[in-house]
Ligand binder design. Structure first.
Ligand code: ADP
Ligand code: MG
Length: 864
C-alpha cells in the first residue's frame, strides 16, 4: 500500500470498508473500478478491462462507466444480486488541496433500491432481516420504496422461517454475523437471495417512534438491525418509513411454501411467470399500488369471517353497478403511484414532473369520491367518506407548478406566474428588457434603413446587432462598436445594449435560482403530507383490488361463497379458475365437491390425464379465493374457513428441478401431518409414487389411515393404486370417487366427470396410445398387462420376501420358462412370415393355420 499513489491509497482505504460491494469510485466524469472489482465488473457488465499505473510495481486492472450512464450498469449488477457502493467526490476539485476528498454516499443493494426504473411497478421489493433468540425467530420486512415495515414472529422453528420468507418477494436478507452457517447456506440455496450482515441493533433517536408498537426488547432489537442496515446503506433522511406493524400470523391462513408453489398462486412452476397463475386470472387492478396489494392479499388469505364478509359486500356492491364501476375504473387510470412517490419525496429525489403527476392524481380524487358515493351499497359510500382528498396540498401544487414542467429542476420554467412576487419581478425585468431590445431593433432598422438588421444573442458575446456585409455602407461611421466579424456579416454592440443585457441576464439568473429554491421549498412542504399520502394510497389500493375482484367475478361468472362452521364442503358445479381460462377449444367440465360431516376424505381414482389433480387444486384455489374476499368459480359454494392448506404432489407430477426426490416428498408429507388440524385442507396427489410399488402403496395406505384416524382434516387423496379403494370399507369417513373415462373404439375418451365409487381401469396404455407410441410397443404393453392381471408378477415378488434361495431358484425357473416361450414364439413368427399368402389356395391356408395353431398350443407354450 505504501507504494501506491495517494489516490489509490484513498481508494484502498474506502474499499476496505465495502468489501462485499462493487465500489464505484468517482473520477471526473467516470465511475472507475480497480483490482478484483474491475476484473469481475468487466465480466458481469461486458465492458473493457484496462489498467493504469498506481505507484506499485504492477499495473492495476481498471474499468469504468461514464457517470451519466451509470444507472443502467448499476441496475444490471443489482439485478444479479450484487451490491454497489457509490463513492463521490465530496469537495470541489478546484479548491481541494491534494487528493479530492471522497466518500461513499449510498449503497445500492437488491433489497434497498429506490430508483423508479429499477423497481418493478406492480411488485413490492422487500428487504428482510432475521434475528433469533432462544425460542423464536423474528423476521422484519421493509419495502423501502413505499416505507412499509412489518414484523413476523415465528415460533415453530427454522423451516417455518424459510416457508414464511418464501411467501414474499424478498430480494435481500439482513442477518447477524453469528447466525448459524447452516442457516446461511440454506437461505442462499433455497431462496436465492443476497445476504448482508448487520450487528448493530440499537435504534437511533430519530427512529425510536417507529418502534412504538413493539413491546419486547427482542422485537425492538430485531427491528433495530433492519433500521441500522437501512441507515448504513442509504445515508439520508427516511421520513417516509411507517411504524413497524406486527403481522399477526394467526390471523391469516397458513400456506406453506410447497402449497404456494404447487398451487401456482402468483407464478407458475415451470415458467416462473405470472401468466397461468391464479394472480393472472384475478388481477384486474388498474393501479400499480392495487396490483401490489392484491399480491399481498393472495399470499395471506384471511381467517376472520367478518373481515372477509366486508370484502364480499364491497365486491357485491361493485358488481351490482356496472356503469359506476366502469367510471371508477376510468378515474383510477390517472392515479399515479402515490405510495412510491411518497417514498421518493422523503428521499429528496422527486422532480417537478413527479409533483405534477401528484397534482394530476389529486385532481382525480374528488371524482373517485363522487363515483364511490354514487353506489348504493353503504360500505362503498363509507369508503368515499374515508378518503381525504388533501385539498390543501392539491391547492398548493395547483398554485405553484406550471402544466407540463421540464424534466430538470435547475433550469427554471417550473413555477407559475403569480406564485411568488420576487420571481414575478425578475420575470418582468427580463421580459421588459427583451421588449426594449425588440423595440430597439425596430427603431434601428428605420434609422439605418437596413431591413436585414437584426439583434441576436449568443453565450459568448451576449446581445449584438448584426449587419450583413452588403449593407455595411449604409451604416454611419462610429455608430456602433465592432465586436465580431463573420464571413458575410459584422456584429456590433452599444453601451446601452450592454446595460440592458446585464439587467436581463441578472434577472434571468436570479429567477432560475429562485425557482430552484422555491421548488425545494415546495418539495419540503409535500414531505409534511407523506403519512396522509400513504393513507390515501392504501385506501385507493384497496378500492382498486376490490373493483378488480368484481370485474374478474363478472367476466368469469364467479359467485359469492358462504361459510359454515360445520366443516361441510358443498360446491355446486365448481371449476378450476385458471384451467378454464387457458382452455381454447373445449370447455371446462364443472364438478361438484360434496363432503359433509360423514366424509373427511375423498379417495380419487381415474386414468392418467383424466383430471384428478385439476379437481383437487380447484378446491384449494376456491378456498383461497374465498378467503381473500373474492367470489369463486362455481354455481354455489358453501365451505368452511380453512386455517391451513397443505399440498403434496407426488414425484411423478413434481416437475420442479432436482428437488423431486422421494425424501423431499416424505418431508413434505411429514410437514403436513405434523401441522394440520381438523380445520385444515390437505391435498395429497399421488403420494408414494417415488418408490417401488409395494413400498409406495404401503406408505400411501398408512398415511390415509393416519390422517383419517388422527387428524380429521378434510383431505383429497388421488392415487393410481386401485388396491387402495378397498379402504372405503374399513375407514368410515373415507369415500371413493373417480373421474369418468370411457373407452371408444379402443381409445379412451376423457369426460372429466367426477362420480361416486372407484374407477375400474387405469387406462394407462390407452393414454400411451393417444401419445402415439409405436404400435408394437403398445401391443407388447397390453400383453404384459394381461400377464400382470393374471397375477404372475406379484406371486414372484411375494416369494422374494420369504427366502432368498427360493427367490433365486424361482427366478431361474421363471427366466428359463420365459426364454423357452420366447424361442418358440420367435420360431412361430418366422414361419408365419415365410408363408406366401398370395399363392395359397383357401384349403392350403386352412391346413397351414391348423398346423400353426397346433404347434402354438402344443408342449405347454402360448398363453398360459
Ligand atoms: P390427472 O391428474 O388425472 O392426471 P390432470 O388433472 O392433470 O389429470 O388433468 C389433465 C388435463 O385434463 C388438464 O390439463 C386439462 O387440460 C384437462 N382437464 C382436467 N380436468 C378437466 C375438466 N374438468 N374439464 C376439462 N378439462 C379438464
Ligand atoms: Mg395428476
Amino acid at each position: 500500500m505504501a507504494n501506491h499513489t495517494p489516490m489509490m491509497q484513498q481508494y484502498l482505504k474506502i474499499k476496505a470498508q465495502y468489501k462485499d460491494c462493487f465500489l464505484f469510485f468517482r473520477l471526473g466524469d467516470f465511475y472507475e473500478m480497480f483490482f478484483d472489482d474491475a476484473l469481475s465488473a468487466s465480466r458481469e457488465l461486458e465492458i473493457t478491462l484496462t489498467s493504469r499505473e498506481g505507484g506499485g510495481s504492477e499495473r492495476i486492472p481498471m474499468c469504468g462507466v461514464p457517470y451519466h450512464s451509470a444507472p443502467n450498469y448499476i441496475k444490471t449488477l443489482v439485478e444479479k444480486g450484487f451490491k454497489v457502493a457509490i463513492c463521490e467526490q465530496v469537495e470541489d476539485p478546484k479548491v481541494a488541496k491534494g487528493v479530492v476528498k471522497r466518500e461513499v454516499v449510498q449503497l445500492i443493494t437488491p433489497g434497498t433500491i429506490m430508483e423508479g426504473e429499477m423497481l418493478q411497478e406492480r411488485e413490492n421489493n422487500y428487504l428482510a432481516s432475521i434475528s433469533n433468540d432462544s425460542d423464536s425467530f423474528i423476521i422484519t420486512y421493509t419495502d423501502l420504496s413505499v416505507g412499509e415495515n412489518s414484523i413476523a414472529i415465528i415460533k415453530n422453528g427454522w423451516n417455518a422461517v424459510i416457508s414464511e420468507l418464501f411467501q414474499r418477494p424478498v430480494k435481500e436478507i439482513v442477518i447477524s454475523s453469528n447466525l448459524s452457517e447452516n442457516y446461511q447456506t440454506e437461505l442462499q440455496a433455497r431462496l436465492q437471495v443476497t445476504l448482508s450482515y448487520q450487528d448493530e441493533t440499537i435504534i437511533e433517536n430519530a427512529y425510536v417512534k417507529l418502534a412504538d408498537n413493539l413491546e419486547t426488547p427482542e422485537l425492538k432489537q430485531a427491528f433495530g438491525r433492519m433500521l441500522n442496515y437501512i441507515q448504513r446503506t442509504q445515508k439520508r433522511s427516511l421520513d417516509h418509513l411507517k411504524p413497524a406493524q406486527i403481522i399477526a400470523l394467526n390471523q391469516f391462513m397458513n400456506l406453506d411454501m410447497y402449497s404456494k408453489r404447487n398451487l401456482e398462486l402468483t407464478e407458475t412452476i415451470l415458467r416462473k411467470g405470472k401468466h397461468g397463475s391464479l394472480l393472472w386470472v384475478l388481477d384486474h387492478t388498474i393501479t400499480a399500488m392495487g396490483a401490489r396489494m392484491l399480491k399481498k392479499w393472495l399470499e395471506r388469505p384471511l381467517l376472520n369471517q367478518s373481515l372477509i364478509d366486508d370484502r364480499f359486500d364491497i365486491v357485491e356492491g361493485f358488481l351490482e353497478q356496472f356503469f359506476e364501476r366502469e367510471k371508477l375504473r376510468e378515474a383510477l387510470k390517472s392515479i399515479y403511484d402515490l405510495e412510491r412517490l411518497a417514498g421518493r419525496v422523503a428521499f429528496g429525489n422527486v422532480h417537478a414532473r413527479d409533483l405534477h403527476q401528484l397534482k394530476q392524481s389529486l385532481n382525480r380524487v374528488p371524482e373517485i369520491k363522487n363515483v364511490l358515493s354514487s353506489f348504493s351499497h353503504q360500505k362503498i359510500t363509507s369508503l368515499s367518506d374515508a378518503i381525504d382528498g388533501l385539498d390543501d396540498l392539491h391547492q398548493m401544487l395547483q398554485d405553484s407548478l406550471i402544466e407540463d414542467p421540464p424534466p430538470t429542476i435547475k433550469e427554471g420554467g417550473i413555477i407559475k406566474d403569480g406564485y411568488h412576487a420576487q420571481l414575478d419581478d425578475y420575470r418582468y425585468a427580463s421580459k421588459n428588457g427583451k421588449q426594449w431590445i425588440a423595440e430597439l431593433e425596430k427603431q434601428e432598422k428605420i434609422n439605418t434603413n437596413i431591413k436585414s438588421l437584426k439583434i441576436g444573442y449568443n453565450r459568448v458575446f451576449g446581445y449584438y446587432i448584426e449587419v450583413t456585409k452588403a449593407n455595411l455602407h449604409l451604416l454611419p461611421d462610429n455608430r456602433y462598436e465592432r465586436k465580431q466579424t463573420l464571413s458575410n456579416a459584422e456584429r456590433f454592440i452599444t453601451p446601452e445594449l450592454k446595460e440592458k443585457e446585464s439587467l436581463i441576464l441578472e434577472a434571468e439568473e436570479k429567477s432560475v435560482d429562485l425557482e430552484y429554491q422555491l421548488f425545494i421549498e415546495i418539495r419540503e412542504q409535500v414531505k409534511a403530507y407523506i403519512p396522509a399520502l400513504q393513507k390515501l394510497a392504501e385506501t385507493i389500493s384497496k378500492i382498486d383490488v376490490l373493483q378488480g375482484f368484481a370485474t374478474a367475478s363478472e367476466i368469469n361468472r364467479y359467485v359469492r361463497p358462504r361459510f359454515n362452521i360445520n366443516r361441510d364442503i358443498n360446491i355446486k358445479q365448481g371449476r378450476h379458475p385458471v384451467i378454464e381460462k387457458v382452455m381454447k377449444n373445449e370447455s371446462f367440465v364443472p364438478n361438484n365437491v360434496s363432503m359433509q360431516s360423514n366424509t373427511d376424505m375423498l379417495l380419487i381414482t381415474g386414468p392418467n390425464m383424466s383430471g384428478k389433480s385439476t379437481y383437487m387444486r380447484q378446491l384449494a384455489l376456491t378456498a383461497i379465493m374465498a378467503q381473500i374476499g373474492c367470489f369463486v368459480p362455481s354455481e354455489a359454494a358453501d365451505i368452511p374457513i380453512f386455517d391451513q392448506i397443505f399440498t403434496r404432489i407426488g414425484a411423478a407430477d413434481d416437475l420442479v428441478s432436482g428437488q423431486s426426490t422421494f425424501m423431499v416428498e416424505m418431508l413434505e408429507a411429514q410437514h403436513a401431518l405434523t401441522n394440520a388440524t381438523e380445520n385444515s385442507l390437505i391435498l395429497l396427489d399421488e403420494i408414494g409414487r417415488g418408490t417401488s410399488t409395494y413400498d409406495g402403496m404401503a406408505l400411501a395406505q398408512a398415511i390415509i389411515e393416519y390422517v383419517h384416524d388422527h387428524i380429521h382434516a378434510k383431505t383429497l387423496f388421488s392415487t393410481h393404486y386401485h388396491e387402495l379403494t378397498s379402504l372405503e370399507e374399513a375407514l368410515q369417513k373415507l369415500k371413493n370417487i373417480h373421474v369418468r373415462a370411457e373407452e371408444y373404439e379402443g381409445n379412451v375418451v376423457f369426460l372429466h366427470q367426477i362420480q361416486d365409487g372407484a374407477a375400474d381401469e387405469s387406462y394407462g396404455i390407452h393414454v400411451a396410445k393417444l401419445a402415439q407410441l409405436p404400435d408394437k410397443l403398445i401391443d407388447r404393453a397390453s400383453e404384459i398387462l394381461k400377464q400382470f392381471e393374471n397375477n404372475e408378477q406379484p406371486k414372484q415378488v411375494s416369494s422374494v420376501k420369504k427366502d432368498e434361495d427360493a427367490q433365486l431358484t424361482l427366478f431361474a425357473e421363471e427366466s428359463v420358462r420365459y426364454e423357452k416361450n420366447n424361442n418358440k414364439q420367435n420360431k412361430l413368427l418366422k414361419e408365419l412370415q415365410n408363408i406366401n399368402v398370395l399363392e395359397m389356395t383357401p384349403l392350403d391356408a386352412l391346413n397351414e393355420l391348423y398346423r400353426l395353431h397346433k404347434k402354438a398350443t402344443d408342449s405347454g407354450g402360448g398363453k398360459s
